[in-house]
Design a protein around this ligand. Structure first.
Ligand SMILES: Cc1cc2nc3c(=O)[nH]c(=O)nc-3n(C[C@H](O)[C@H](O)[C@H](O)COP(=O)(O)OP(=O)(O)OC[C@H]3O[C@@H](n4cnc5c(N)ncnc54)[C@H](O)[C@@H]3O)c2cc1C
Length: 669
């Protein structure tokens, strides 16, 4: 790198203004701007070029650095978010420290927001002058390199977490997969068939679940949660809470002898996996393919655990001596370099839309309940029957329950149209009933999805376009006696209809999980306004978060179907792998640091840091900033009463120079 210290106090600055096609040049007089900047103190080269981000544009900068011995570079173009890295890289390639580069955004801040060309050019000149003055006090900075621990934590064992874990494990990396429930599988494990191919969910999911269990590179902790996260990219320290199953997991083979021997001869407690449509005992395995195949005791219903008195016939029945009622919560501490969050979604609770009668009329079901009803391993062995045991002859499926509605959730849940079509097909297949879909718009944008819709039309499923007003049991005609009545405005024929039905299925939308905010805080990431985890950039970094080394996959980021979930999980695994294989990550050096001699030890900065980067050194009575955690937000710098916190690239002198440059003269056109 060549010596960038200006020998005579004056830097040698190269200035470049980008036309960005007509994006900038259509509004800003780029020629006049370049000519004006050429007159400013310290400017050696001032050029305009069509596309500065193109290879020839970057080459222009590099050639000037080499030939004109430039030691500062200013580019006036688009947002630094897009091309700051490009130009820093070009600067470094020519041998100059990349932090001697400064970018001026005259696209988003000037040409895109002004129509008056004269005023826009004046503003561009002011901004350019400010940047030229600023780079006088720029300093060489070196990025910090942090090594990456190759182990990965995956949180959530739905299809997203399973796929990410297997991808990483197959690539030879060690994965800790932490799942809150007693088994992995997530929502997909509850389905019988999946759209649009109608392949059996269990047939495609269970091999992956078994692969997770038996993979030598995966440590699977079910019935567990992450309790604490410390550290930073490359070196996260994680504490995992393992809830007691009251079973020695490594000994239990899932023979179910203890379940048979339980003092409760009949199952009598609501079975969570069957969404309450069947009963289970206090000791149980959630479903036949549950992974791991290990029973657990529910402390809320097991007599021994709840009341301390039971005949404990289960203990006698267990040959392998697995049962241990003395178990308590256990904590595991692990170190990983990267984290993938795959915590999934929560189905909308239809109690919030009482006009659809869920909870009032027994034959109004949620879609998830019907997923279990049509399932051969479900509560009715795959028979679609009503609460009284009879078979429905007319079934209605109401779309968009809790979606696309200002009163509940504004977003489209993306999967409900397709799973409603799937359920329409399955219900018709199982019962031969007339099936009605009440939809607002039919959304089928996926491979084979529109074809699936066509297939349903040919099968004779009815489609009524309109938002359902209410579901009641008020009969106004003899045909409506004893039926549920859906009142809907059919917008295709322009009249209000009353459709008598035996069964109503509510296609509930997808929501962020209730604890999404807690998880967000734990992993120091952000949530979008609707509560799903926020990606760093919706197009360019869709699985990254604003916290380095923490990635997101699946429905925790927003509603999505299984194909999209799997694709995104693969992408998150690839991002983690890229970091691991690089061996280290370079962190931007525009972080804050404490000038110890000025720090009064007042601690006011410590709680303010949103990234938990500041700690207090008791021995020195001084604050200390962990550069690997600092994101350079500047909160502490602004708050420090003694002015002892400095932020690289945003030092007082640099900011004052910029302001001076901005105010120093009124540019002339
Ligand atoms: C009724 C219905 C039918 C559907 N049918 C289809 C279909 O046929 N085809 C299709 O493509 N899509 C379908 N979908 C969409 C499908 O369910 C999702 O695409 C898929 O489940 C998303 O997977 P996931 O792993 O992101 O989330 P989930 O399946 O929700 O899995 C998340 C997992 O993370 C665990 N978890 C949550 N929080 C934590 C935590 N803090 N710590 C540890 N673990 C945690 C959960 O227990 C769960 O196991 C349907 C959705 C619904 C509601």
């Amino acid at each position: 790198m060549h010596d960038a210290t200006p020998t005579n106090g004056t830097p040698r600055i190269g200035f470049y203004v980008c036309h960005c096609g007509t994006n900038i040049a259509g509004v800003v007089d780029v020629k006049a701007l370049a000519e004006y900047v050429a007159t400013l103190n310290g400017v050696v080269v001032s050029r305009e070029y069509k596309y500065m981000c193109s290879d020839p544009g970057q080459e222009l900068i590099q050639q000037d650095i080499r030939e004109q011995n430039l030691n500062r570079i200013v580019v006036a173009s688009c947002s630094p978010l897009l091309h700051e890295h490009t130009f820093r890289h070009a600067t470094a390639q020519a041998g100059l420290n990349p932090f001697f580069f400064q970018m001026v955004n005259i696209r988003e801040n000037v040409s895109w927001v002004h129509e008056d060309k004269v005023a826009a050019t004046l503003k561009a000149k002011d901004l350019a002058r400010a940047a030229i003055r600023r780079v006088f006090s720029h300093k060489a900075l070196e990025p910090k390199k942090v090594p990456i621990n190759p182990a990965v934590l995956v949180v959530g064992g739905g299809i997203a977490g399973i796929h990410a874990a297997l991808t990483l494990a197959n690539a030879g990396k060690h994965v800790y997969l932490v799942e809150r429930e007693p088994t992995i599988g997530g929502h997909m494990a509850m389905f019988d068939k999946t759209f649009p191919t109608l392949d059996c969910a269990a047939c495609i999911l269970t091999p992956k679940m078994s692969a997770v269990k038996s993979h030598p590179n995966i440590t699977l902790w079910t019935y567990s949660e992450v309790a604490n996260v410390d550290g930073y990219v490359g070196s996260y320290k994680i504490k995992v809470k393992r809830k007691p199953r009251y079973i020695k997991e490594d000994l239990c083979v899932g023979c179910m002898e203890c379940v048979t021997a339980c003092i409760y001869k009949d199952a009598r407690f609501p079975d969570e996996f069957n969404v309450g449509l069947s009963k289970r005992k206090p000791v149980y395995i959630p479903f036949p393919q549950a992974t791991p195949q290990v029973v657990l005791f529910d402390p809320e219903t097991c007599l021994q655990l709840k009341k301390g008195k039971c005949t404990q016939t289960c203990i006698e029945a267990c040959d392998r001596k697995c049962i241990d009622f003395t178990q308590t919560e256990e904590f595991k501490e692990i170190e990983v370099g990267t984290i993938i969050l795959a915590t999934g979604f929560k189905p909308f609770d239809p109690a919030k839309t009482p006009y659809y009668g869920y909870g009032t009329y027994p034959n109004v079901y949620t879609a998830l309940e019907v997923e279990r009803l049509v399932n051969a391993s479900g509560p009715t062995g795959g028979e679609v029957i009503l609460r009284d045991g009879s078979h429905p002859k007319a079934v209605g499926i109401i779309h968009c329950v809790g979606s696309r509605d200002e009163k509940t959730n504004r977003w489209c849940s993306r999967v409900c149209c397709m799973y409603s079509l799937k359920l329409a097909h399955l219900v018709k297949e199982h019962t031969g009933a007339e099936v009605y879909n009440f939809y607002i718009d039919m959304r089928t944008p996926g491979k084979g999805y529109e074809e699936f819709y066509d297939k349903l039309l040919k099968e004779g499923v009815h489609f009524i376009r309109g938002r359902v007003a209410e579901v009641t049991d008020w009969a106004t005609t003899p045909q409506e006696e004893g039926k549920l009545v859906v009142r809907v405005e059919d917008t295709l024929i322009g009249s209000v209809r009353r459709v008598p039905l035996d069964m109503v299925i509510l296609a509930q939308g997808l929501e962020p999980r209730a604890d999404a905010q807690d998880v967000r805080r734990l992993f120091n990431i952000s949530c979008a306004t609707e509560g799903f985890f926020l990606e760093r950039h919706p197009k360019l970094a869709p699985v990254n978060t604003f916290t380095d080394g923490v990635f997101i996959a699946g429905a925790c980021q927003g509603p999505r179907d299984i194909p999209d979930t799997v694709a995104q999980a693969g992408a998150a695994a690839a991002e983690a792998l890229a970091l691991i294989d690089a061996g280290h990550m370079e962190l931007d050096p525009n972080t804050a640091f404490i000038r110890e001699e000025d720090c009064s030890g007042c601690k006011s900065c410590v709680p303010l840091c949103p990234f938990k980067a500041i700690s207090f050194l008791e021995d020195k009575k001084k604050a200390w900033i962990n550069e690997a955690l600092c994101k350079g937000c500047g909160t502490c710098v602004a708050a420090c009463p003694s002015g002892s916190i400095v932020q690289n690239l945003f030092e007082d002198e640099q900011i004052f120079n910029e302001i001076d440059g901005l105010l120093s003269e009124l540019a002339q056109v």
